[in-house]
Each structure stands twice: as structure tokens, then as C-alpha cells.
Design a binder for this molecule. Sequence first.
Ligand SMILES: Nc1nc2c(ncn2[C@@H]2O[C@H](COP(=O)(O)OP(=O)(O)OP(=O)(O)O)[C@@H](O)[C@H]2O)c(=O)[nH]1
Ligand SMILES: [Mg+2]
Ligand SMILES: [Zn+2]
Length: 273
Amino acid sequence: MFCRVRGRLKEKGVRLLVGDLVEVVETADGEGVIENVFPRKNSLIRPPVANVDQVIALFSIKEPPLALFLLDRIILAAEVSGLEVVICFSKIDLLEAEDLNDFSRIADVYRACGYRVFFTSAVTGRGFPEIKSTLQGKICVLAGPSGAGKTTLVNKLKPGLDLLSSPVSKKSKKGRQTTREVSLIGLNGNAFIADTPGFQKLDLKGLTEESLALFFPEMQSLAGSCRFSGCLHVAEPDCAVKEALSRGKIAPWRYGHYLAFLEEIKKQKSFYR
Ligand SMILES: Nc1nc2c(ncn2[C@@H]2O[C@H](COP(=O)(O)OP(=O)(O)OP(=O)(O)O)[C@@H](O)[C@H]2O)c(=O)[nH]1
Ligand SMILES: [Mg+2]
Ligand SMILES: [Zn+2]
């Protein structure tokens, strides 16, 4: 139903988000007026969606190539917001059999951190039953780079929907920013999924240097074992995190991204001070 927002709400400065629960009164012409917005359980800034239960981080393993830095950022943002994350490695049909092991190892690292990881292909349908079952009864948001296949996934889940998707540029190997706005799509069985525009950046506002490691499950459990209680796990002596890293218990790229985020938080701090 097409709905307008009651002027009173606008005056109060209420800005509606996709995913908001609202009270609607139907008008004579079959349209509606939004009278009230119920309190939000949570809200994300990027993508802008309210009342989210789960983030689906969708990353293609090829075309565009797997972007682990952005994946770790999205996971971090979800952890900070207290949201469940499911990782979906898409376009698995493009992979040569001999490369599969590399990606299985990467998937295992994330599984060891407690995240569910699926391999999917919109071409063969692989992974779709698993995706469908994780969506049940939830509001889920797709997040990931442009061209990863977010819209294609939503179209597959709802045949006949036909949201616009377009091929990755052959030259730059990047997506074409096809999806321009967030839309929430209702599926069978009380499931909702939000298709969103792909993005490459996500800021880390609100995080502190001291809290960062708490959002990395593989570091969180170790932090209490470092010699110094305020250990940032960079160059301090007797650091349990660095020790786990040297024994191969923490993936080097995850630790590298931790250091990069730490630097970014430091810079932000001096910027806002
Ligand atoms: N081979 C293969 N191609 C896929 C798969 N999923 C999506 N694609 C293709 O990848 C291209 C980009 O897909 P989209 O669904 O538009 O990507 P998106 O993540 O929505 O991109 P933005 O809207 O720009 O953020 C399209 O040409 C799709 O047909 C897959 O599983 N396998
Ligand atoms: Mg899209
Ligand atoms: Zn430490």
C-alpha cells in the first residue's frame, strides 16, 4: 500500500527507515497514512535498515575477487551492533576444483570464530536451501560489495520479482552499483530480506582501541591472559594474542585487519578531539 507519513511525525523529526514497524490508517482512496513508528530494536546506518535480526555478508569468491578486508569490517560492524552474522561466499560455480581448498580453509577460520559460512551459486542453486532456512522468522540484511550477487540472490529466493542486476565490468572487475536503494522483500514463512546497494567503505565511529579486540571472537577469549590488562596486542610483551598468532591459532589476515582498524580508530580519535 502506498503510504504517506503524518505531518506531525515529520515535525517531530522522525525519519523512517526500511524495517520500521509502523501503525497505518487506511484512507478512503486505498492509500495509507503512517500515524506512528514503534520503538526500534536496533538500526544500522550503512545500509540504513531498522529492526535487523541478522546480517548476511555476501561476498563473491571471484568476479569481483574475495574482499576479506571489507568482510571483516562488515562482521565487526555487525558485532558492534549485536547482530548475528552469516557469511555467504557466492559464485562458487566460477571456481576451479583445485582452488576450492583455499576457500575451504578461509571458511574454516570464520567457522572457528563461531560464524556460519555457506558457499552458494545462483547458477547451480548450491547453498540456497541453507540460506532459506537461516532466513526463517527474521529480518535479514544483505551486505557486501557491488557485483557480489546480492540482488541475484533475492531474485532467486522470490521468483518473479525481477529486481535489476547487471554483469560485473569486464575491464575493472568491479560491480556497477546497480542497486540504488534499500528494499525489504517479504518471503514465504515470515522471512524478510533487504537488498541493499553494494558498498566498499564503512566507518568505525564509536569504537575504542580498548574494545576492538572484544569484537574479534578469536581474540576476545585470550585478552584476559595478556600480561598487561590494557594490552592492545600490538607490541606489548607476553601478549596472549600475539602468541596465538605465532602458533597459527589466529589467521594472519584477521590480525592484520585488527591492526588496520586499530590505526583507523586512533586517527579518528585525534580527528574528533
Ligand atoms: N557465475 C555466477 N554469477 C553470478 C552469481 N550470482 C550473481 N552473479 C552475476 O553477478 C553479476 C552481479 O550480480 P548482482 O546481483 O547485480 O550483484 P549485486 O551484489 O546486487 O550488486 P550491486 O547492486 O551493484 O550492489 C550479475 O551478472 C549476476 O548474474 C553466481 O552465483 N554465479
Ligand atoms: Mg544489487
Ligand atoms: Zn595482548
